[in-house]
Design a protein around this ligand. Structure first.
Ligand code: FES
Length: 93
C-alpha cells in the first residue's frame, strides 16, 4: 500500500484545481466513438476555421464512426461561427 509521489508542478495544478501546463481538458464527450470532447472541437473549429462536420471529422475523426454525434457537431460549428470566436469555453457552461 505505497503512495506514488507527484512532482511539484502536478501538485500545484491539483491544488489549484486546474490541469497541469500543456494539458488540455477535452470537455464533455461529444463523439463517443472517437472520444472527442466539446472543448477540443471548439478549439479545432476555431484554429482551422472549419465549417462542416466532414471537415471536423477529417481533423478529429469525430462524426466518422456511427455518425450519431454529427447533429451536435454541426450545432457546435454553428454556435462557434455565430459567436465569432467560440473561445475556449464549453458551450454547456
Ligand atoms: S458518436 Fe461520434 S461517430 Fe459515433
Amino acid at each position: 500500500m505505497g503512495h506514488k509521489s507527484i512532482d511539484g508542478a502536478l501538485r500545484r495544478a491539483i491544488l489549484a484545481g486546474k490541469p497541469p501546463d500543456g494539458v488540455q481538458i477535452p470537455g464533455r464527450t461529444v463523439c463517443a466513438c472517437h472520444n472527442v470532447g466539446e472543448k477540443t472541437l471548439i478549439s479545432i473549429i476555431n484554429e482551422n476555421q472549419l465549417d462542416s462536420a466532414d471537415a471536423v471529422g477529417a481533423v478529429t475523426r469525430a462524426g466518422t464512426g456511427c455518425g450519431s454525434c454529427i447533429p451536435e457537431i454541426e450545432s457546435i460549428i454553428g454556435t462557434v461561427r455565430k459567436s465569432g470566436t467560440g473561445g475556449a469555453r464549453s458551450l454547456s457552461e
